[in-house]
Design a protein around this ligand. Structure first.
Ligand SMILES: *Cc1c(COP(=O)(O)O)cnc(C)c1O
Length: 384
């Protein structure tokens, strides 16, 4: 099979087929399917410095393969999609914000998004950018959109798991010339394809479920617009927020199991959510895949998998800490999306507007009956 074909005829193959082949080069006799990481600060470059590979802050063949792979997953079957990888999700987010926005512009952000977004907001404000915020739920960002240069969307939002109607927000933004960027971290490209829903940029942390092993940080930006991407590329060169070749290679290797991990982890999240639903001490249970969740209807119109995160509240901080201590198969850790389940009491960080007993739970790839049994056991143990 010619891997060029898997990239460009991508619409008619399944997610698993696409994931295992994404970004692979043409097969070369005696070469591995996925060539190893290229460690180079500079490349041999006699004569005129025409690309592609000149200096290591600008380009690296290991990134190029990963970028192609992510582009195939974010926009299957589309030519002309450009992807840039970054050292972390925040590096990718900053690259879009700071390359697209100037002093005097207005930006609309969610007020319930990723915990470092308020830091970006402070920095933008210091540079003379007007930042307006509104909640993700109820498409409330529409109310503050007027005349903005950029609309930043995070759906589902982290950690509250509210969802907004992407098509509706994009239509309103584009009608007045506003660019739209969507943080696709929680969903991953197998859960949601923001470019197909009309967004100008899909931006994500690859640190979470995209790579899924909790062993690297990565970020990326994808767009169809070459002009916009030229300025994002220029920002990457200026800021130098580039991934190491080893991280890029590990990330590419990890993509081959994304569909398996996403299917199992999404199913496990739903199983945990269903088990929590029957418990009297649990309130505020959220998972976009639960049929009665406030996000479900909109999520079902734009998502293909609902993600691995479940959030809920226990009655007190002590109760929540007792629950976390009693879990045996779930590591106490921040972040989410890894193959090993993790959970944390979100209020320990400050910053998120959540109750003291609020838990963010990330379902891993364990056997569902083991995971559910562990959660129920820990609830029983912490109720005593
Ligand atoms: C983790 C996260 C980020 C930041 O990613 P890093 O790789 O940690 O820099 C951005 N957005 C969301 C929704 C996240 O969960």
């Amino acid at each position: 099979m010619n891997p060029e074909d898997t990239g460009s005829s991508g619409q008619d193959i399944g997610d698993g087929t696409r994931a295992v082949r994404a970004g692979l080069p043409e097969p070369v006799k005696y070469e591995p399917a996925l060539p190893g990481p290229v460690f180079a600060a500079h490349y041999h470059l006699p004569g005129e410095p025409t690309g592609p590979y000149t200096y290591g802050r600008d380009e690296n063949p290991t990134w190029s393969r990963l970028e192609r792979a992510i582009g195939e997953l974010e926009a299957p079957g589309e030519d002309g999609v450009e992807t840039l990888v970054f050292a972390s999700g925040m590096a990718a987010i900053s690259a879009v914000l700071f390359s697209q926005v100037r002093a005097g512009d207005a930006v609309v952000m969610p007020d319930d998004g990723y915990q470092a977004l308020p830091l970006a907001r402070e920095q933008l404000t210091a540079y003379g950018v007007e930042v307006r915020t509104a909640p993700t739920g109820g498409d409330a960002q529409l109310g503050v959109l007027d005349g903005a240069r950029l609309l930043w969307i995070e759906t589902p939002s982290n950690p509250g798991l509210d969802v907004c109607d992407l098509r509706r927000l994009v239509a309103a933004a584009h009608a007045q010339g506003t660019l739209v960027a969507v943080d696709n971290t929680l969903a991953t490209p197998l859960g949601q394809r923001p470019l197909e829903l009309g967004a100008d940029f899909s931006v994500a942390s690859g640190t979470k479920m995209l790579t899924g092993h909790g062993d690297l940080l990565l970020g990326y930006v994808v767009s169809r617009d070459a002009g916009l991407m030229a300025s994002v590329r220029r920002w990457r060169k200026i800021a130098g927020a580039i991934p190491g070749p080893m991280e890029a290679w590990l990330a590419h290797r990890s993509l081959a199991t994304l569909h398996l991990r996403a299917d199992r982890q999404t199913a496990n999240a739903l199983a945990v959510a269903e088990a929590l639903r029957g418990r009297p001490e649990v309130t505020g249970l959220r998972h976009p895949g639960l049929p009665n969740d406030p996000s479900h209807k909109t999520a079902a119109q734009q998502m293909r998998r609902f993600g691995c995160v479940v959030s809920f509240c226990l009655p007190s901080r002590e109760h929540a800490d007792g629950f976390l201590d009693a879990l045996r198969l779930v590591d106490s850790a921040t972040s989410f999306g890894g193959v090993r389940s993790t959970a944390e009491r979100r209020g320990r960080w400050g910053g998120d507007a959540v109750p003291e007993g609020f838990i963010r739970f990330s379902a891993g790839a364990e056997d569902p009956e083991d995971l559910v049994a562990d959660v129920l056991h820990a609830l029983d143990a912490s109720a005593r």
